[in-house]
Design a protein around this ligand. Structure first.
Ligand SMILES: [Zn+2]
Length: 73
């Protein structure tokens, strides 16, 4: 059986001229490692790993403000 731990990944981008991070995209993560694995959970399809704090929903933020194509300074 797969581990199937879940998390949520929010892609954020900082608004130009402000300190506000805006969520651009919300991606659901499912751990694709075998049940009982050691270490961080991992969603291979998103190339993202994460740790779960017991009893709390996992929310990850990925800031893509500096991604190519958005290099205006
Ligand atoms: Zn897992």
């Amino acid at each position: 059986m797969p581990c199937d731990a879940r998390g949520v990944l929010l892609i954020t981008r900082q608004m130009e001229g402000t300190a506000t991070n805006v969520a651009r995209q919300r991606i659901e993560l499912h751990c694709s490692l075998p049940e009982g694995h050691a270490g961080a959970h991992r969603d291979a399809s998103q190339n993202q790993d994460w740790l779960v704090v017991q009893g709390r929903p996992t929310l990850l933020l990925r800031d893509e403000s500096e991604s190519p194509g958005n290099t205006e300074r």
